[in-house]
Design a protein. Structure first.
Lengths: 222, 258
């Protein structure tokens, strides 16, 4: 069974590597959205520093939403998904592996580019570090929870817009904790509670979200 | 015990449900009118003006029941969704789907009346208070459920997908609620709390209870009517439906597959 899952991981990664467009688009989206804020709000350093964690987090959240469609979309259209459902491995694990591959190519680049954005918005080194850690903990949750929405809206009219409506309410706690953690550093308050809760959400989403997404896939592919 | 269970299961058949609902709707409808009349009378004429808020507090007689209903109805919706997923009872999905618009309406009503009350009391229509924010997110959850149910053409798939979404939402409601509350207290500290208000006069309390009962009766009546319509639509090829609506009725003449 491990070899099946390993092959699946390699397949998903190599598929993306042969069409790097998807990774580049998500990162470009993040950078462009963040760049718009100084233009729209104010180039004032103090203002930018105040809104920086929220701006980067919201932009990362939207970038994740953008990529959700390709999570199962291509496999659904060319019939691979039905084959995956028939694998002799539990569907929950199959989904988990697909999500891991997806996060490595779309979530991780967002995390890696975030220090650059932090500098752009005038955050101090300590705050950039915290921003990096919260995104590292938070973007996997966004991908995990988003998989449920992606699976439910497979092949549905206007699925792209619908998945935003479905997922944004569920993303609220992650956004609050992620952006809030950086703000605590700015205010000089304790940071541990935010990170602990974010970690708790990740620990909760890691087993439950793939399970729910697997159930959703079974509903969508009959 | 098992006999009772079987007798109740009878109403999960669309036909039996349709006729039972038809008999219940007038009762609940008139009860809603009665309770609303009592509640509004006490609320407007008997209950004294609040010594802090004057007359503006009277909007609470609509606002508080609406807020209660918005939350109860989501729980109920998630409960029916669970029944639909576990036991595949078609009528559970009919009920869940019929509950959603009423729940969304009460959520909107709670937000709307809250804004109207907030202006004279807090001096602003909207504050990012924990309760307000989580109520707004609840509205998004309702809209997501309705949107997903409407977007999928296949009825069976729509029912199961929307049910799953409702259950995921229900699991998330406490997490959302506590995170929002925590976020708010961290940033500005609760400026006004409802629990800090002086204890209620008896007349205010009885008006509130009457209005809450009226909201319940109204919800039950409206949801049952909507569920009846949904049942007719889904069962439009069944013989008993043509008996109900007649052969020239529109449900039988327009044979468009949904």
């Amino acid at each position: 069974m491990a070899s099946i899952l390993w092959t699946l991981l390699k397949r998903d990664l190599s598929l993306v590597m042969r069409r790097r467009q998807d990774i580049v688009t998500a990162v470009a989206f993040l950078v462009i959205v963040v760049t718009l804020f100084p233009l729209a709000v104010s180039p004032e350093q103090s203002v930018l520093r105040e809104i920086a964690p929220g701006v980067v987090w919201v932009a990362a959240l939207l970038a994740t939403l953008l990529t959700l469609e390709r999570l199962f979309g291509d496999d659904y259209r060319d019939g691979t998904l039905e084959q995956l459902l028939l694998l002799p491995a539990p569907l929950t694990l199959v989904v988990l592996v697909k999500l891991a591959a997806h996060w490595l190519v779309t979530g991780l680049p967002l995390v890696l580019v975030s220090p650059l954005l932090g500098m752009q918005l005038g955050l101090a080194a300590g705050e950039i570090g915290i921003l990096f850690i919260t995104l590292l903990l938070g973007t996997p949750i966004l991908t995990l929870v988003g998989a449920i929405g992606a699976a439910l809206t497979l092949g549905v009219r206007g699925g792209g817009a619908l998945v935003v409506v479905l997922m944004v309410p569920l993303y609220v706690p992650v956004l609050i904790l992620g952006a809030g953690a950086v703000a605590t550093v700015t205010d000089g308050a304790g940071l541990q509670a935010h990170l602990s809760l974010l970690g708790a959400l990740l620990a909760l989403a890691l087993p439950l979200a793939p399970w729910a997404a697997a159930a959703a896939l079974r509903i969508s592919v009959q | 015990m098992s006999d009772d269970a079987i007798r109740w299961m009878k109403y999960s058949s669309p036909r039996n449900f349709y006729f039972l609902a038809g008999r219940l709707v007038p009762w609940f409808g008139w009860a809603a009118v009665l309770f609303a009349a009592i509640g509004l009378y006490i609320g407007f004429f008997v209950a004294p003006a609040d010594y802090q808020q004057g007359d503006s507090y009277r909007i609470m007689f609509i606002h508080v029941p609406a807020a209660w209903m918005s939350m109860f109805l989501y729980l109920l919706l998630a409960g029916y969704a669970l029944i639909n997923v576990v036991w595949r009872i078609k009528m559970a999905d009919v009920m869940a789907r019929s509950l959603a618009p009423t729940g969304a309406m009460f959520t909107f009503l709670a937000l709307w009346t809250g804004a109207l009350w907030g202006k004279p009391t807090w001096g602003t229509y909207w504050v990012w208070d924990a309760r307000l924010t989580s109520e707004l997110i609840l509205l998004f959850l309702y809209l997501g459920y309705i949107g997903l149910h409407n977007a999928i053409d296949d009825r069976e798939r729509a029912a199961r997908a929307a049910s799953l979404l409702a259950m995921v939402g229900a699991v998330n409601v406490p997490i959302i609620y506590f995170s929002v509350q925590w976020w708010n207290t961290l940033h500005q500290g609760a400026s006004i709390t409802v629990t800090g208000a002086p204890t209620m006069a008896w007349s205010m309390f009885s008006a509130l209870i009457a209005m809450a009962l009226a909201s319940w009766m109204y919800s039950i009546a409206v949801v049952l009517i909507r569920a009846q319509a949904e049942t007719l639509k889904r069962e439009r090829f069944a013989a008993w439906v043509s008996e109900v609506v007649g052969d020239d009725g529109s449900p039988t003449t327009s044979r468009i597959r949904n």
